[in-house]
Design a protein around this ligand. Structure first.
Ligand code: 5GP
Length: 120
């Protein structure tokens, strides 16, 4: 299973302003910033402001306003980055088998080039 929420994880520290990030969106429910190790010309992470390890935790524990605000932010970021015309990909890793590195729920947004076929 997934670990309990660690308030010292790197995204919690970014949320608290303890370490810098290249922020592209900040509102009541979500923060979005460029990935430090981009895998595409545009690679942005969107995170909820609350303390959730996984999508399952987020869906089960967050308020409807938090869930709506988070997903609305994902769309707003994609639009603001100019990704709607040519398309983009969203992806989220959960737990060990998916190789989740940071135990704070996040969605990756990839775009800016033709992406390879999705692989499992
Ligand atoms: P995961 O594998 O957990 O889905 O993705 C974690 C992502 O966070 C990776 O793509 C990694 O490059 C990114 N990342 C890790 N540490 C930092 C950091 O300190 N700042 C930023 N902006 N991204 C980070």
């Amino acid at each position: 299973g997934l670990p309990p929420y660690d308030p010292q994880n790197i995204f919690a520290r970014i949320l608290r302003g303890e370490i810098p990030a290249k922020v592209v969106h900040d509102d009541a429910h979500a923060l979005a910033f460029h990935d430090i190790n981009p895998l595409a010309p545009l690679h942005v992470l969107v995170i909820p402001k609350g303390a959730y390890v996984s999508q399952a935790d987020f869906s089960a524990q967050a308020s409807d306003a938090e869930i709506a605000g988070f997903w609305r932010a994902v769309g707003q970021v994609a639009r603001a980055l100019g990704l709607e015309a040519n398309g983009y990909r969203i992806l989220a890793n959960m737990g060990e088998d998916a190789g989740q590195e940071v135990p704070h729920f996040h969605v990756h947004i990839f775009g800016g080039r033709r992406l390879g076929r999705m692989v499992a």
